[in-house]
Design a protein around this ligand. Structure first.
Ligand code: NAP
Length: 244
């Protein structure tokens, strides 16, 4: 069976580094994106230039119809998805009383419903093939909470619950489900923070620096490899010791 991976939110940041790592691990990779078409195409052609087989697909993961079409198209072009990395996410910083309906729908829609959507459309082929691997990207905020990020933290706590539940539900079908909780990683998502805050966050990290997208991609690589074949339902923090 072909090793086919779908990485959501792979136009930039952590998702882009994950797509590259999975190509290096021998996967055919679909880079999903929503808005950043130029960056997705650029990433795809860079990987193809290195001899890897990749494709891009625009889909808003919060929209079940678009996700269903994406899974069909990936199957047609690269084969059924055997590795799904649920990475697409949006941040939301606000005090609870200031949240708007739009913020709530968008954050839950992308971060939690988005992962449920991709999983429910990817799993039937995995069950038929008695083989599958799902890696969900949550956050240390989902483990420990974060002031003024309660909505974001709640979606990420939901991802952790989803992971642990599906690991039990899908193990008899030969499907593993694990979760990675990044700490503070230097990507566009950090753009809302000023330099002083970033320096403080690096100082608060026992390892003394912010994480990189590659730090997270290395953890994905571990779960993607055969060597972790007996590992499921796990929540791995990649945070330089931040969460303790
Ligand atoms: P980022 O640089 O802001 O990138 C976010 C990615 O998600 C982009 O590729 C974006 O695609 C995609 N995306 C957003 N909404 C989407 C949608 N509706 N449908 C499909 N794709 C969508 O963020 P990042 O830092 O790499 O974060 C990646 C993941 O790690 C997220 O789940 C985030 O919550 C998690 N995380 C990040 C940190 C951190 O400190 N950076 C910490 C913990 C957890 P387009 O640009 O094409 O729309």
């Amino acid at each position: 069976m072909t090793k086919t991976a779908l990485v959501t939110g792979a136009s930039r940041g952590i998702g882009s580094a994950i797509a590259e790592a999975l190509c290096e691990e021998g996967y055919l990779v679909c880079l999903n994106y929503e808005k950043s078409e130029d960056r997705a195409l650029e990433g795809c052609s860079r990987l193809m230039g290195r001899g890897y087989r990749t494709m891009t697909y625009r889909a808003d993961v919060s929209d079940p119809g678009q996700v269903k079409d994406m899974l069909l198209k990936v199957k047609e072009k690269l084969g059924p998805v055997s590795l799904l990395v649920n990475n697409a996410g949006v941040s939301c910083q606000a005090q609870i009383q200031d949240l708007t309906d739009e913020m709530i729908d968008r954050t839950i829609g992308v971060n939690l419903k988005g992962q449920i959507n991709t999983i429910r459309y990817a799993v039937p082929d995995m069950i038929s093939n008695k083989c599958g691997n799902i890696i969900n990207i949550a956050s240390i905020w989902g483990l420990r909470g974060a002031s003024c990020e309660s909505l974001y933290a709640a979606t990420k706590a939901g991802v952790i619950g989803l992971t642990r539940s599906l690991a039990m539900e899908l193990a008899p079908s030969g499907i593993r489900v694990n979760c990675i909780c990044p700490g503070v990683i230097d990507t566009d998502m950090m753009a809302e923070y000023d330099d002083v805050t970033k320096k403080q966050l690096a100082f608060d990290t026992p390892m003394g620096r912010l994480g990189t997208p590659e730090d997270v991609a290395e953890a994905v690589r571990y779960f993607a490899k055969e060597g972790s074949v007996f590992v499921t339902g796990q929540v791995l923090t990649v945070d330089g010791g931040f969460a303790g």
